[in-house]
Ligand binder design. Structure first.
Ligand SMILES: Nc1nc2c(ncn2[C@@H]2O[C@H](COP(=O)(O)OP(=O)(O)OP(=O)(O)O)[C@@H](O)[C@H]2O)c(=O)[nH]1
Ligand SMILES: [Mg+2]
Length: 333
């Protein structure tokens, strides 16, 4: 059953008031527009005290939102733990932008390198519509007191993109916009919200779409679980090795490095079962890209026999000589 049908069914049960619902949605969207307007004007962050979060686990997800939107409820539903209430400044979208976080954006395709001499060389491989190459870029570089640099625009980037590249400390992270409490808004509004990019609609109270949210979070993080299989034994499905592109990559080599740093040297080939393998098991080398829930067995090189290899091999037992052979007993007459 699709989300719209599930909501319709729930609405019929609850007999919810359509007018009240549409009021709530319109007040919410006014609030978000307001936030966007402030977003464009904010230049520097004047936030208060910072806070620290201990880094552990394979991936981290931050829940950010206005008060009482249901963050704690969602956390409890997804993890089964009770969340500690904490009110941090620093948690609106405009503040995230101001401290250098870029949501759902890839780094701008601009090559920038400071130099010691030679002035500024400016080139483009794409026509620029947002930026005047001669004036604005030189002015921006002048502001940053950069007088010698090489700049190459590989795409039609904006001034803000260029500043991000010069600053060089931006973090590009993925973000999913979650609209909770869809049980109290009209079906048309839910449909509209669900169709927005990078968005998902849920209801913690009715447990609607939580499974899809979890799957989406997993997909966005790009975590790849790989089960190791010791030779002659069943794979260990309890404790997967978790790889991801952000943390070194997802190849057989990355898997070996996760297991032990000397394993790459000792590996002869890897046997792989799962979606990345063309047949089961596939013999793979270090560059093979693993996929989620693959099973991997590393076959190690045999230890070198002492005394060289092939025809250079020295035998521990000296070759038997004809003279040493047992003499045949004389034929009986
Ligand atoms: N109708 C409805 N109410 C919900 C839903 N999810 C949460 N709530 C209610 O919304 C209220 C606020 O939820 P919280 O989880 O405390 O919200 P919060 O975002 O953690 O709030 P702060 O910690 O103050 O920022 C509670 O009364 C929840 O019962 C939902 O899906 N539908
Ligand atoms: Mg809370």
């Amino acid at each position: 059953m699709g989300i719209v049908e599930r909501i319709k069914e729930t609405e019929a049960e609850n007999g919810s008031d359509a007018e009240e619902q549409s009021y709530r949605v319109s007040s919410w969207s006014a609030q978000s527009k307001d936030c966007k307007a402030q977003n464009t004007t904010l230049r520097a962050s004047k936030s208060g005290d910072g806070f620290e979060v201990t880094k552990y686990g394979h991936g981290r997800v931050a829940l950010i939102g206005f008060p009482s939107v249901g963050k704690s409820t969602l956390l409890t539903m997804l993890t089964g733990t009770n969340s500690e209430a904490a009110s941090y400044e620093f948690t609106t979208l405009r503040e995230l932008e101001a401290v250098g976080l870029r949501l759902n954006k890839r780094p701008p395709q601009i090559y920038f390198k400071k130099k010691k001499t030679g002035g500024i060389s400016f080139n483009t491989t794409a026509p620029l519509t947002h930026i005047d190459e001669k004036k604005l870029c030189y002015q921006i570089l002048h502001e940053y007191k950069i007088h010698n640099a090489e700049v190459l625009f590989r795409e039609d980037a904006t001034v803000d993109d260029f500043i991000d590249v010069i600053e060089g400390n931006r973090k590009y992270i993925k973000c999913v916009y979650v609209y909770n409490k869809i049980d109290v808004v009209g079906i048309d509004d839910v449909d509209r919200l669900a169709r927005q990019p990078n968005s998902i609609v849920i209801s913690c109270n009715l447990k609607l779409n939580l499974d899809r949210l979890l799957a989406r979070m997993w997909d966005e993080m790009g975590l790849v679980r790989v089960y190791s299989k010791p030779q002659g034994q069943q794979p260990d499905f309890d404790e997967p090795f978790v790889l991801s592109a952000d943390r070194g990559g997802c190849t057989v080599e990355d898997f070996c490095n996760h297991v032990h740093r000397t394993l790459v040297k000792d590996m002869k080939y890897a046997l792989v079962w799962g979606t990345s393998a063309r047949h089961y098991p596939q013999n793979c080398g270090l560059i093979h890209r693993l996929e989620d829930e693959d099973v991997v067995q590393i076959v190690k090189k045999k230890k070198r026999e002492e005394g060289g290899r092939g025809r250079f091999k020295t035998h521990s037992n000296p070759p038997t000589r004809i003279a040493d052979g047992e003499k045949k007993a004389p034929l009986k007459q």
